[in-house]
Write a protein that binds this ligand. Structure first.
Ligand SMILES: Nc1ncnc2c1ncn2[C@@H]1O[C@H](COP(=O)(O)OP(=O)(O)OP(=O)(O)O)[C@@H](O)[C@H]1O
Length: 229
């Protein structure tokens, strides 16, 4: 579903590569935690998969697209197959919970009928039934992240990329959010989550890819946050 082949990323005006000769394959339906110190390259990895950045060398394949060869006009089609969730939620502040999620479908040109059916289902799945009319500032952080996850998932993307989705949440709420991502994963969506949250990684026991200075130094199934050394 996602494949990096000998991928190096050097940002302009930077001498050290943010990623160096990365080889990584994530299969359909997997749930992968990407861990590593601040600056190790986690966000860069996700940005390359979204084609927000392009690789300096190597090949990035996502959902059947070779991103180095993907023309600009086809980038929206790629992004339709990828939901994204961030630490800072990124909700539209003047739209209600319902409108935030519906908007993701409106921009794709979905019919009003389809939207009225799928938005309530999705809000129920993430546990927000009864809160449809609230504005983001009337919600807790965990609830805001549920809205963001509903918005990312409402289109049933093949892939969901999450960059520190629990970074602003307390430990209990964080675990609830990751359990929700785990449920979404069980519907078949491939999930890649960059995180610093050792408790969560250690509890869920998923595949763990560890980056250090832009290189993959560990890739384990049912891994923990820090390898036993
Ligand atoms: N737009 C940019 N221009 C130049 N250098 C960048 C840019 N974005 C990131 N970098 C550099 O690339 C390296 C990897 O950064 P990246 O944000 O991918 O790390 P990270 O593991 O996600 O860190 P964090 O956990 O703090 O979010 C760092 O050295 C960073 O300074």
């Amino acid at each position: 579903m996602i494949r990096f082949e000998n991928v190096t990323k050097v940002y302009p005006r930077s001498s050290r590569p943010a990623l160096h000769d990365i080889n990584l394959e994530v299969n359909r339906g997997e749930f992968v935690f990407v861990v590593g110190q601040s600056g190790s390259g986690k966000s860069t990895l996700l940005r390359l998969a979204l084609r927000e950045e392009q690789a300096t060398r190597g090949t990035v394949l996502v959902a059947g697209h070779e991103l180095g060869r993907l023309p600009h006009r086809k980038v929206p089609r790629l992004r339709r197959e990828i939901g994204t969730v961030f630490q800072d939620f990124r909700l539209l502040p003047n739209k209600t919970v319902y409108q935030n999620v519906a908007f993701a479908l409106q921009v794709l040109g979905r019919s009003g009928h389809a939207i009225r059916q799928v938005v309530p289902e999705t809000l129920e799945m993430v546990g927000l039934q009864g809160k449809e009319k609230r504005l983001p500032h009337e919600l807790s952080g965990g609830e805001q992240q549920r809205v963001a996850i509903a918005r990312a998932f409402v289109n049933k993307p093949a892939i969901l990329l999450a960059d520190e989705p629990t970074g602003n949440l307390d430990p209990t709420t964080s675990l609830e959010i990751v359990r929700l991502l785990d449920r979404i994963n069980r519907t078949g969506t491939t999930i890649v989550m960059a995180t610093h949250d050792d408790d969560i990684v250690n509890q869920l026991r998923k595949r763990v890819v560890e980056l250090d200075n832009g290189e993959v130094i560990r890739d384990e199934n049912q891994g923990v946050y820090g390898a036993a050394r």
